[in-house]
Write a protein that binds this ligand. Structure first.
Ligand SMILES: [Zn+2]
Length: 164
């Protein structure tokens, strides 16, 4: 078994969504290679960062990425393996890239309760505010038909004495 740490820059931009690992971003790898009967079992822990924009308020965000994978590299001629040991080497790049890209959030947010943008002004709302949803013009007419729309007032129920 062999273990080693490598620090390599991302060879290209990885990710196509709102966030991606930028080209040149350092990728920290902790790799363990184990000799097994069928080939070499590679286990890798990956640490890097993705950057991009929040899907709700569009501010720039940078977040850590921590992923790991394990894959068996079969010796040439081995059956039922997706990866092969080639010239005594294992090529981890595709696996590292796929592990990172699959871990990137589809809807990244700057914070879990990001309030997003004001629907009217397009300004970023302060944290903790709830965007006020404007009433649809077509429903505004209905509001005028109910002179008293205090729905919190309890409905008056006829008492037994009134009924008799
Ligand atoms: Zn945000």
């Amino acid at each position: 078994m062999r273990e080693f740490d490598v620090d390599v820059p991302a060879p290209a931009k990885w990710g196509e969504g709102l966030v991606a690992v930028a080209q040149g971003e350092p990728i920290d790898l902790h790799v363990r290679l184990e000799s097994v009967h069928e080939g070499i079992l590679a286990t890798a822990e990956i640490d890097t960062e993705y950057s991009g924009v929040c899907g709700r308020c569009l501010i720039d965000i940078v977040e850590p990425v921590e992923v790991e994978f394990q894959e068996l590299f079969g010796y040439p001629g081995a059956e039922a393996v997706d990866f092969e040991v080639q010239d005594d080497h294992v090529d981890l790049e595709t696996l590292v890239r796929d592990a990172i890209v699959l871990s990137l959030p589809f809807q990244p947010v700057c914070q879990p309760d990001c309030p997003g943008l004001d629907p009217e002004t397009g300004e970023r709302l302060a944290a903790g505010t709830v965007p006020e949803i404007p009433i649809d013009e077509r429903w505004a007419a209905l509001k005028a038909l109910t002179p008293d729309h205090d729905d919190t007032a309890p409905r008056r129920v006829a008492t037994d004495t009134e009924k008799s």
